[in-house]
Write a protein that binds this ligand. Structure first.
Ligand code: ADP
Ligand code: MG
Length: 253
């Protein structure tokens, strides 16, 4: 098996006349199988857009994304998810009419039909084994005592952890997390770090976008830095910490 699981090759994303990702030459970077890659950069650098390109939410204007040598850029988001790629969104999403556990379960039985059935009010719920698996995912993110609560009662940080639980329940081979610590209280951040460490130990490939650099630099084994949609630097956390270009990008110098 190739030890590169994902590669972004000369990717460009234009919105009208504005280039959000790609810079002058297109964005290219590779993700090691089983690695924990941190994706960082100032606000507006193109991190979330890059996640959208990888997960198929957006189609690149130019270039391609490959997973295990298969081009993803032509596939629908649902097909990419079915290949084992999970992601969370910078702004958490939940079905407001469903309980916490049902928000994890929706789509777990029939990934294609669940969310549509839920929107139509026709979702019947899953079998017992699926329910236990979802309970376990919610235990892992610290929401064990909120299973039957309405998602309307969750804090912003808890909603974010609910998104993590939904992905854990799907057991993805690659998991992309967009600012998972934002709005999450310090206790849950510790839990999140434990979960990422555990997933990493289990061999899941992780790509994490974070503003909390202390959190990420402690966990990641490699860092990719974006600025204005282009690659500014890449390397191990220690070299990134010392990189003058990275320091000046963050200090705006
Ligand atoms: P980051 O996640 O690094 O903060 P984003 O990927 O969200 O940055 O955005 C990169 C740039 O692309 C920003 O200038 C943003 O305003 C712009 N952008 C993102 N999505 C769209 C869109 N759908 N239409 C137009 N511009 C967008
Ligand atoms: Mg973003």
């Amino acid at each position: 098996m190739n030890d590169i699981i994902l590669s972004v090759e000369n990717a460009v994303m234009d919105f009208g006349g504005f280039r959000a990702v790609g810079g002058d030459h297109g964005l290219s970077f590779k993700v090691n199988r089983g690695g924990l890659l941190g994706l960082i950069g100032p606000n507006g650098a193109g991190k979330s857009t890059t996640f959208n390109l990888i997960s198929g939410v957006l189609k690149p204007t130019k270039g391609r994304v490959e997973m295990d040598g298969i081009e993803l850029s032509t596939l629908k988001a649902a097909d990419i998810a079915a290949k084992g790629l999970g992601r969370t969104f910078q702004t958490p999403r939940a079905f407001p009419s469903l309980s916490v556990i049902d928000n994890v379960l929706v789509g777990a039985d029939h990934p294609e039909e669940g969310p549509i059935a839920a929107l139509l009010g026709r979702w019947r719920g899953p079998d017992k084994a699926l329910r236990q698996q979802a309970e376990h995912a919610l235990e892992r993110v610290g929401l064990a005592d909120r299973l039957h609560d309405s998602v309307a009662n969750l804090s912003g940080g808890e909603l974010r952890m609910l998104e993590v639980a939904r992905q854990l329940n799907r057991n993805p081979r690659i998991l992309l997390l967009d600012e998972p610590t934002a709005g999450v209280d310090p206790n849950l951040q510790v839990k999140l770090a434990e979960i990422l460490t555990q997933l990493h130990a289990e061999g899941t490939t992780l790509i994490v976008v974070e503003h909390n650099l202390a959190f990420l630099l402690n966990l990641a084994d490699r860092i990719v830095v974006l600025q204005n949609g282009a690659l500014l630097a890449e390397g191990d956390p220690d070299s990134i910490r010392r990189d003058p270009a990275v320091i000046s990008a963050y200090l705006g110098a």
